[in-house]
Design a protein around this ligand. Structure first.
Ligand code: DC
Length: 234
């Protein structure tokens, strides 16, 4: 499970911070999920995709036929959320495999809307803290460094120009990085950036002690290497 590197620093971490945490925060489609999962794999650490929890609350509201704009329903859904993360990577909610459904853009938008409520965030923070397990954790989201794991050993703010992120998303959908569809993706990404960074409760922003990593001109491999280098230096 744990790499030799994790062992070599285990004592220091136990003395100073407990189980080491690397936080990777950033805007939508910045590639933080892919990067965080690979860094976790390389170090033998656990991986927390906190956005999944917000998406699961949105999914639960859909399952219950509730309106996502209903704050009370969103808070109740967050407080009673019992997702199952299967070893094969599938995510189950109320016995239903929702792994693919939670990735839909509509669910992401709903998640962004219900994420403004402090009581929703508090309920999900409890689940997020439980993910901090030996030998270490890589956590990605918006407020991993600022709110959930302020004592993290390494904090990364991962970003890229909106046009670059839109182009990556377009390619995933088999679309060209020009034209009307592409322009719509750019606009969606800019709107979500604005919503996530303007909210008053735990907004998306770079913490003073976080390292900025702009991946506009970096490959995934180069980005992962940079994070691992920083971790070794930390
Ligand atoms: O990372 P993502 O696209 O899966 O996240 C979906 C939404 O959930 C995002 O737009 C805002 C919210 N979110 C949040 O508020 N805090 C987090 N730590 C992660 C996600």
């Amino acid at each position: 499970m744990s790499s030799s590197h994790a062992h070599s620093h285990g004592h220091k971490d136990a003395a100073h911070h407990g189980i080491p945490v690397i936080t990777i925060d950033g805007p939508t489609a910045s590639g933080k999920g892919t990067v965080a999962a690979r860094v976790a794999q390389r170090l033998g650490f656990h991986y927390l995709d906190s956005g999944v929890l917000y998406r699961l609350v949105a999914m639960k509201l859909v399952q219950e036929g509730e309106d996502g704009a209903n704050e009370d329903a969103a808070v109740r859904a967050a407080q009673t959320l019992e997702p199952e993360f299967l070893p094969d990577g599938r995510i189950m909610l109320s016995g239903e495999d929702v792994s693919a459904a939670i990735r839909a853009d509509g669910i992401g938008l709903q998640a962004s809307r219900l994420a403004v409520h402090p009581a929703v965030r508090e309920a999900l923070n409890v689940l997020q803290h439980r993910a901090r397990k030996a030998p270490g954790l890589v956590a990605d989201g918006r407020d991993m460094a600022s709110v959930v794991f302020p004592q993290a050993r390494l904090k990364i703010f991962l970003t890229a120009a909106a046009e670059v992120r839109a182009c990556r998303r377009a390619k995933q959908l088999g679309l060209p990085c020009e034209g009307l569809e592409y322009q719509r993706i750019v606009a969606d990404i800019q709107a979500r950036d604005l919503a996530d960074s303007r909210r008053t409760s735990a907004p998306l922003r770079q913490e003073p002690d976080a390292k900025l990593l702009d991946t506009s001109d970096l490959s995934i491999d180069e980005t992962v290497k940079k994070v691992l280098d920083w971790y070794r230096e930390s």
